[in-house]
Design a protein around this ligand. Structure first.
Ligand code: NI
Length: 208
């Protein structure tokens, strides 16, 4: 299972399909994977946030960037719609889950930019950014590969460029250990693996 996860993590382009999840009703387990770990970043409200601040809570972690033209917003929309339904179905369990969106484009994704973005998906979604060095270190810890597309603009707040990145929707447990990949749509298949109802089913099965 870890091997297939590694393969998925190699799919660096934002638009590329990840590992197909949800086979036989199970999910891609991340048990034992060496991902996650301590970090200190800045939230979309400008607060200093550490990984350990969420100790005792499940963590839904999604890496992306606010300027992403397609995959990030679609995944986030599905995941957060599913989360919203899960909150209605199982409010006490949902309260133990913290959704996090970590930027791989810290030069443009300032706290203010992130705040507008995450607020549009869910009031409890926290956006995280930091220095390019801090983000690079966190991405490495979480086995996320990313990079600015060649020839797609110069660095800077108004620059137009794309950022390739692994598609890594992770669920972590209260102990900070990875549990499984959140099911997201695989564009290569006709099935709807990552629709909100699938997210609800996933959360129902994984969050105690
Ligand atoms: Ni993206």
């Amino acid at each position: 299972m870890i091997a297939s996860v590694a393969l998925m993590l190699m799919a660096a382009a934002c638009g590329q399909a990840g590992e197909k999840s949800g086979q036989n009703g199970s999910y891609v387990s991340l048990a034992g994977a060496k991902i996650g770990g301590p970090f200190t970043l800045t939230s979309d409200t400008g607060k200093t946030v550490k990984w350990d601040d969420f100790k005792g809570r499940y963590r839904l972690v999604y890496f992306g960037y606010t300027y992403c033209p397609d995959v990030c917003p679609l995944d986030l929309q599905h995941i957060m719609q599913g989360f919203r339904q899960f909150e209605k179905d199982a409010p006490e369990r949902a309260a133990r889950v913290q959704p996090l969106f970590i930027s791989v484009d810290p030069e443009r994704d300032t706290p203010a930019v992130l705040h507008d973005y995450v607020s549009a998906f869910h009031p409890r979604l926290i956006g995280l950014t930091g220095s390019p060095q801090a983000i690079a270190a966190v991405a490495k810890q979480f086995a996320v590969v990313y990079g600015r597309e060649q020839g797609s603009g110069k660095p800077g707040a108004s620059a137009q460029y794309l950022v390739s990145h692994s598609r890594t929707p992770y669920l972590f447990g209260p102990d900070g250990q990875p549990i499984a990949l959140v099911p997201v749509d695989d564009p290569a298949t006709p099935e709807a693996e990552g629709k909100p109802e699938q997210i609800v089913r996933f959360l129902e099965s994984q969050v105690r």
